[in-house]
Design a protein around this ligand. Structure first.
Ligand code: MG
Length: 159
């Protein structure tokens, strides 16, 4: 096998007073993702896509939200550990694509910065990382800025 794909998904509540960490950067916004770690749903979905493509354990198994060691953890560091495991398993990231569904922070103004940050964490060029924000049209439990849901796909290539 020379190529493998993986899919990741994550959802977090947005709460007042939490830093709005998404995609490895802090967005200027009055609410931020609630979580045992920094709550970065973008990096969590991405980590699960990368791990899933390599056939490795998922993020919640590697870094349990019941484990005090990961309380307040920097999700960028967790993703870095996942990428190291994927490299050790003989794979490298070819490209990733993400959908960030929220009526909390606007994604478009921060898209370029988020792509650059994620690319640096994955060790790939910025054009290997794509992402887009999507509105929820005021529907469902995530409407009115109550949360953020993220889908991610990743393609790996044999090193
Ligand atoms: Mg999460």
């Amino acid at each position: 096998m020379t190529h493998r794909i993986g899919l990741g998904f994550d959802v977090h509540r947005l709460e007042a007073g939490r830093p709005c960490m998404l995609g490895g950067i802090e967005l200027p916004h009055p609410t931020g993702p609630l979580g045992h770690s920094d709550g970065d749903a973008v990096l969590h979905a991405l980590a699960d896509a990368v791990l899933g493509a390599a056939g490795l354990d998922d993020l919640g198994t590697l870094f349990s939200d019941k484990d005090p060691r990961w309380k307040g953890a920097d999700s960028a560091a967790l993703l870095g550990e996942c990428v190291a495991r994927v490299h050790a398993a003989g794979w490298r990231v070819e490209n990733v694509d993400l959908v960030i569904a929220t009526e909390g922070p606007r994604i478009a103004p921060h898209r370029a910065a988020m792509r650059a940050r994620i690319a640096a964490l994955l060790g790939v060029p910025s054009d290997a990382v794509n992402l887009k924000g999507k509105s929820l049209e005021g529907l469902g439990a995530l409407a009115n800025g109550a949360g953020v849901a993220v889908q991610a796909v990743c393609l790996l290539v044999k090193r």
